[in-house]
Write a protein that binds this ligand. Structure first.
Ligand code: GLC
Length: 436
């Protein structure tokens, strides 16, 4: 396909399927607000709006804190130092890969694995143990919290299926595993979602930060809500604010296409996390693989690439981003590509990534206009996650969309990358919980 040739009708169809026209933006934002309202008032809603039992930090918290961060295939143990003047630094860190069989095996095995990693961290960093034997646990899955340091897993997301964890208190499961590993002296002081960690880390450094967003393996967001608007908190006081973990990956008000339906059908949680399956890095490569296979089957592509993509999840979101840029190692695996095919694949990659960025921006706009309908105040949005961090065009598309949807109000919105936000924020949560 060259600039002068008309695209193959099937390619035109694909463009329409992945386009996310912003003329429907108002309806999507309305639907978002309605689901937020329902979730906050305790009704069944695809936005769960889960109270975190934390508010934003003052920025003056100090000390060294131990943090655990589990959110995907990596588990991290960190020691973080807070200087009391807005600066949080990782002073020691170990990263462990969670083996597939541990993610999908018995829950007890998963928590024993985490405890073993904590022991190994102490082995590797013997001098650096904080005086207080407390830790904060970033557990990036939907959890119904009962207090800042307890909460029940509602359901696994992002491909985890470990048994006997849903419906149970994950802090109790972790504490029992630490006991079994001879680390009974360690107390879990705070349980936080990664979005909450990211907002805490953002707010520690920027006073105007009022939203935490993850655009990585999964996607989700949190923001500070007036306690009096959270129906489930009526018994524990109505003054001030509390950060609410929205679990927006489960939002069900977006129009999906046939590829979205295929990804959903083949997942371990069909019908759930529909927005996450359109937006997050875990699924974008798979959407790309299905779309490219469709083009190949429809005879749009000249090169014989079909065999390369037969295996589900064989295209990563990183590969997709490289394809979108028109080449790179992501396209090497297809062998030599006809120029028209290279262009078709680049277009497919861009369509999928742009749609993701547009949806993410619409969701950000929805939350900010919920808090501040006229967008009259400054809003710093703390964002963490590889999708946002490593794709400059992704951020650009989000900013463009915010401009189109929010008009002049968009000038008050600042999307700030808070690298390692979930881990740093976990330590801040530990500080807030210990000194509260
Ligand atoms: C999934 C989890 C959510 C987490 C997000 C980003 O959506 O359910 O809790 O915040 O991934 O990691």
């Amino acid at each position: 396909m060259t600039a002068s040739t008309t695209p193959h009708p099937h390619l035109t169809h694909l463009i329409q399927e992945f386009e996310f026209p912003l003329d429907g933006a108002v309806a999507v934002m309305d639907a978002f607000h309605r689901r937020m309202e329902a979730g906050l008032s305790g009704q069944t809603s695809s936005l769960r709006m889960l109270p975190s039992f934390l508010s934003r930090p003052r920025g003056t918290e100090t000390g060294r804190y131990l943090a655990l961060d589990l959110g995907g295939t990596n588990f991290r143990v960190l020691e973080v130092s807070l200087d009391g003047a807005g600066r949080a630094d990782i002073v020691a860190a170990s990263r462990f890969v969670v083996p597939e069989e541990v993610m999908r095996g018995p829950g007890r095995g998963l928590f024993d694995f985490l405890a073993e990693c904590v022991a190994e961290f102490f082995g590797r960093h013997p001098g650096g143990r904080p005086d207080e034997q407390t830790l904060a646990f970033t557990f990036s899955f939907p959890v119904e919290q009962h207090s800042v340091s307890s909460g029940t897993l509602i359901a696994w997301t992002k491909g985890f299926t470990a048994t006997d964890v849903a419906g149970r208190d994950v802090v109790a499961l972790l504490s029992q595993a630490l006991n079994r590993r001879g680390l009974a002296h360690i107390r879990v002081a705070a349980l936080v979602n990664d979005t909450v960690g990211t907002l805490l880390a953002g707010a520690y450094a920027h006073p105007a930060c009022d939203m935490g967003v993850i655009l990585g393996t999964g996607t989700n967001a949190c923001y500070p809500e007036a306690r009096k608007r959270i129906a489930t908190l009526l018994s524990v006081g109505q003054d001030g604010e509390m950060i609410v973990n929205m679990e927006w990956g489960n939002f069900d008000g977006l129009p999906g296409n046939r590829f979205d339906a295929m990804v959903d059908d083949a997942s371990p949680n069909p019908g759930r996390q529909r927005m996450e399956k359109m937006v997050s890095a875990m699924y974008l490569g798979e959407l790309g693989r299905l779309a490219v296979l469709d083009l190949a089957r429809a005879g749009v592509l000249e090169s014989g690439i079909q065999g390369v993509l037969d295996c589900p999840f064989s295209l990563s979101s990183k590969d997709l981003a490289l394809l979108a840029q028109g080449g790179g190692p992501g396209s090497d695996r297809f062998g030599p590509l006809a120029e028209s095919d290279r262009q078709a694949l680049a277009l497919t990659g861009r369509l999928i990534l742009d749609r993701s960025a547009r949806i993410a921006a619409l969701a950000v706009a929805s939350v900010l206009t919920w808090m501040d309908p006229a967008l009259a105040s400054a809003h710093v949005v703390a964002v963490d996650g590889a999708l946002f961090e490593h794709n400059p065009s992704y951020r650009a598309e989000m900013v463009r969309t915010l401009g189109l949807v929010c008009g002049k109000g968009a000038e008050n919105i600042d999307l700030v990358l808070v690298k390692d936000g979930s881990g740093l924020g976990s330590a801040i949560a530990g500080a807030v919980a210990v000194t509260a």
